[in-house]
Design a protein around this ligand. Sequence first.
Ligand code: 5GP
Length: 192
Amino acid sequence: RIKMKGKLVIFSAPSGAGKTTIVQYLLKKIPTLEFSVSACSRAMRKGETHGVDYYFISVEEFKQKIKNEEFAEWEEVYKDNFYGTLKAEIERIRKKGHHIIFDMDVVGGINLKKQFGDQALAVFVMPPSIAHLEERLRSRETETPESIARRIGKAEVELLTANQFDKVVLNDSLEHAFAEAEKAVKAFLAKE
Ligand code: 5GP
């Protein structure tokens, strides 16, 4: 088990459940939290910035970093779309004395929680329904029909993992989800 100064706050959910919005809200509300920027090999979306949303790298570069054991966790979330948390990113934030907040899929979330135990709070964001998810992915306008179908298929499996998390936040309304998430994170960070 790795010894940590900064605690880990992990937000996981199926794609489109609203976890990114919740994470952004918490970053504004809790100044001791810093966002862990993941590395990924997918194409940059409109409005995204390298080094802010992700470190955008090629599949080749990603595979090299896997070989070099530079990742705390990584995953091929979709075919040729690799995502991972660099050990150096955790170290960078820890050195500043900040707590770390992660936005990742459920497999990555469960993996990190196993590694960090009591130093980590793993939160699952539950969408009100699969139909809601599909609607949200459609309204994003960055997804193709194929990528929507792929993400929905994955979501159905992901919903079954909710019981492996420390806390489940139902995102039936953002206001409700914001309040519940903020309460859980603040309580966790206040603990010795
Ligand atoms: P998107 O392409 O929508 O940005 O992300 C796709 C999925 O990959 C999301 O569920 C996102 O949270 C997840 N993801 C982002 N970064 C990481 C990471 O570092 N590790 C893992 N395992 N998943 C990640």
